[in-house]
Design a protein around this ligand. Structure first.
Ligand code: SAM
Length: 311
């Protein structure tokens, strides 16, 4: 078990080295299975709108890949994509249950489109599904196409006028679900017994004011410029810190099996928690290593300045 480190490789293999009942929190932004980035393609379908080669897609060039959205119903094979996502979650979720301490939380950023499959897989594996929290991103691009533009391009201005104000696609994606699971506490004991034995099972409402949040299940946190540029799905550091402080105490161990640029691990480090991270992509692994190193240097400088200031 490599504590306070990130390892490069497939988390489904690397997690085997972690002991049973040894992790206090799993906080992970898992692949959502909806974009065309190699690391996010979970399904087997090579004839979908996502990676497809149907005649319409070939004619349209790269446009579907750029949008990165599988269109369910486009083909029979597309309809299997959610089921394949569920099957993929099952390839690792039993190990998550095994390594977590009783009463330990797992927070999963799973995306709106596949979250239901993720919830079913977690429940089927033995987790308790506590809640769906919301992250209100405060800002998000609204990419749904105006249908009248399509008719304009066809020089069909009468139809375009009829459809003015109508869009195809989704409303502005302003929130992301954060699925909150818990490993069941020990058989025969109460939740209070579990809190006494493992320091896990309750949440710390008091820390929410530090993040300017109410004790509601929606968090309003906008990504800062420092939360961008390392990974296409980088999450705000403050949001990860909030989730860690909500459910753990100092020196407890936080695991992120799908670390990306390691926002979870940096949050844990800055909050005096131990961490374990896995990332299979070499580029993001290197970015993570540098980020961890830089954070350690900054933290030790701060400690030094504090010591000097105190005399
Ligand atoms: C959604 S991103 C996480 C981004 C992260 N929240 C951040 O702030 O940078 C998920 C990451 O999981 C990685 N990944 C996907 N499958 C993996 C696997 N089997 N083992 C380890 N990492 C994996 C991808 O390469 C990707 O970087």
């Amino acid at each position: 078990m490599h504590i306070d480190e990130i390892q490069n490789g497939d988390c489904r293999e690397l997690i085997k080295s972690i002991d049973n009942n040894s992790i206090d929190l799993i906080l992970s932004d898992i692949p959502y299975g909806i974009s065309a980035d190699t690391w996010d393609v979970i399904h087997q379908n090579t004839n979908s709108a996502l990676l497809g080669s149907s005649p319409a897609q070939i004619k349209a060039g790269n446009i579907f890949k750029k949008r990165g959205k599988p269109l369910n119903g486009w083909s029979e094979a597309d309809k299997l994509i959610p089921k394949q996502y569920y099957d993929w979650v099952l390839t690792w979720v039993y190990d998550w249950l095994r390594v977590l301490n009783p009463g330990g939380s797992a927070f999963v950023f799973a995306g709106r489109r596949m979250a239901h499959r993720c919830i079913c897989a977690f429940e089927d594996a033995g987790f308790i599904y506590k809640d769906m929290l919301g992250w209100d991103k405060q800002k998000a691009a609204h990419r749904a196409q105006h249908i009248s533009c399509v008719f304009d391009r066809r020089n069909d201005y009468i139809t375009s006028h009829k459809w003015t104000g109508w869009r195809v696609g989704n409303l502005r994606p302003i929130f992301e679900p954060i699925l909150w699971f818990m490993k069941p506490y020990k058989i025969g004991g109460t939740l209070a017994d579990n809190v006494l034995e493992y320091d896990l099972g309750a949440y710390n409402e008091n820390i929410l004011s530090k993040y300017h949040q109410k004790p509601d299940n929606i968090f309003h946190i906008e990504a800062q410029t420092t939360d961008k540029g390392l990974h296409p799905t980088q999450k705000p550091l403050q949001l990860m810190k909030l989730l860690i402080e909500l459910t753990t105490k100092k020196n407890q161990i936080v695991l992120d099996p799908f670390a990306g640029s390691s926002t979870t691990l940096i949050a844990a480090l800055e909050l005096d928690r131990h961490f374990i991270g896995f990332e299979q992509d070499e580029n993001y692994f290197t970015i993570s290593q540098n980020r961890i190193l830089n954070t350690r240097q900054t933290l030790s400088q701060t400690t030094l300045f504090d010591a000097i200031a105190l005399g």
